[in-house]
Design a protein around this ligand. Sequence first.
Ligand SMILES: [Zn+2]
Length: 381
Amino acid sequence: MRALLAGARRKQSSLIAFTRELVRAESPSDNKAAVDACLALAVTRARLLGARVKIHRQPDFGNLLELRFGPRKPAMPGQKPLLLLGHLDTVWPLGTLKSMPCRISTGRLWGPGTLDMKAGVAMAFTALELLTEARLLQREIVLLLNSDEEIGSPVSRPITEKLAKSCSAVYVLEPAQGLAYKTSRKGIGNWRIQVEGVAAHAGVDFERGANAILELSRVIEKVSDWTDLERGLTVSVGVAGGGTKSNVIPAQAWAEVEARIVRRADGARIARKFAGLKSLKLSDPRCTLTVTGGFNRPPMERRPGTVRLLRKAQVFARDLGFALDEAATGGGSDGNFTAALGIPTLDGMGAVGEGAHARHESVLLEHLAPRTALLAAMLMD
Ligand SMILES: [Zn+2]
């Protein structure tokens, strides 16, 4: 462990340099050319490390990168590879660097996509480099970097799931939660509720109108009541709109609703409730209601396989000189998909920092080497 830590410290400046290179290649999920340019940097780096490179080309999104390191044949018969999951897209539009430059100050690396998750990707490359140089890679490691995580992984999901099924465990390079690894994540669903009413002059013809906003507000109260904090179940109306002018009874109103669940069983139940809204008796029978949507990410439940991985990581962390905590989070990642398949998944194995998706996004430099050494130990085992 000490040798791994010393190695990670030796490589810290090149780790930071590679992170900065990735951050300077701005890569918003909706810009294929930009994401592909960022991905090209990872391909170059992977080739230097002798990886087997496969590019999953995508017509409408950035390409996906599947990299394989270490021996093709397992040292022990039946041993499956490990899967490392990361993404190169960010939530930041092109040009963000002008107002949020990539820089080092006060012990941090600042900039769009540093924490979420370009530093995590660079940590994975560094860990693999350490193990390759020390000839410690005993098994095949698959590193999958996708380009669409920040928009729900529409094209990468099937590829992630297929690869995960061929692997014994999944390590997700998302940022740590504080200092902790993540062992559970909420599942996420999105719905749109639309109400059609009848427009009328609010002064002349009030009674001929059917107020879609009023009707929607009742539905909003109803779905919000499904929140059950003790179960970790939340239903939140995040966006709503409707109407045209204050003197017109609104003929239309809509709301976008998000539900988050801790328990898998709540998924089907909540989906049924949303579907059931269609037959809801409305206060004004002249109004009609349509509901579309569903769950995008199943919850990552805290399962024994994941806990075993965590325990192992905690032992390594102690040897490295720090205590490793575990955390649950309401946010989703690609780990939700792999955990739902029953494959032990440990998340939050990337950088430590603050401000993902926020102006103060930054990575704490002091944790880079110890966390990279820990990642390397987990890949070795
Ligand atoms: Zn992320």
